[in-house]
Design a protein around this ligand. Structure first.
Ligand SMILES: [Zn+2]
Length: 183
């Protein structure tokens, strides 16, 4: 899993998430790094910042925010900068930072992040063309909000998809299917 973004965007993202008074307790807060629609999303304590990026990153990585702060003092050399997840570590140049990977399929347990991401950018979800009705209303099942936040269309889709291997479904006609290329 990897993401590549401009070095200055990376530094700006870390900097933006920094509160005015940097308390020790803040440094141990969890930072989540996710990747959606060609943007890397850095999120700490509900505050998030997004930067354009490329990569293969179908989940979330969580690590202590404080681990990234040294990069503000000793700036990375490479531009663009590659962030990799290897062997339970985030790798940025020579640095190896302990991190935890959360697969997209386990997103139910990450409901708050999920809901947070979706509520911020409801129109940014990449909808697919439905092979049944032809409308561009096919939505990845694991991008659906948590159950309590589903609207009627989404709830029907979730129920239709529950007992299948389908990963995508149509919000208009309710057809569910397996989309091979996600995103
Ligand atoms: Zn359809």
């Amino acid at each position: 899993m990897w993401i590549e973004l401009k070095r200055d965007d990376f530094l700006d993202a870390i900097n933006r998430l920094k509160p005015k008074r940097l308390l020790k307790s803040y440094a141990i807060l969890e930072l989540q790094i996710s990747f959606l629609n060609s943007e890397v999303i850095f999120c700490v304590n509900g505050a998030e910042t997004k930067k354009p990026a490329i990569g293969e990153w179908s989940g979330f990585v969580c690590l202590r925010y404080g681990l990234l702060l040294p990069f503000l003092k000793i700036k990375p050399q490479s531009d663009p900068l590659k962030i990799e997840y290897v062997d339970a570590k985030i790798k940025i140049e020579t640095a190896r930072l302990t991190a935890k990977w959360i697969q997209k399929s386990n997103l139910d347990t990450q409901a708050s992040i999920d809901a947070h991401l979706l509520s911020d950018q409801p129109d940014k979800i990449n909808l697919k063309f439905c092979p049944s009705c032809g409308k561009k209303k096919g939505m990845a099942i694991d991008l659906l909000p948590i159950k309590s936040k589903l609207d009627a269309e989404q709830l029907r889709l979730q129920m239709l998809a529950d007992n299948t291997n389908a990963n995508t479904g149509c919000l208009t006609c309710g057809y569910v299917w397996i989309e091979l290329v996600s995103n």
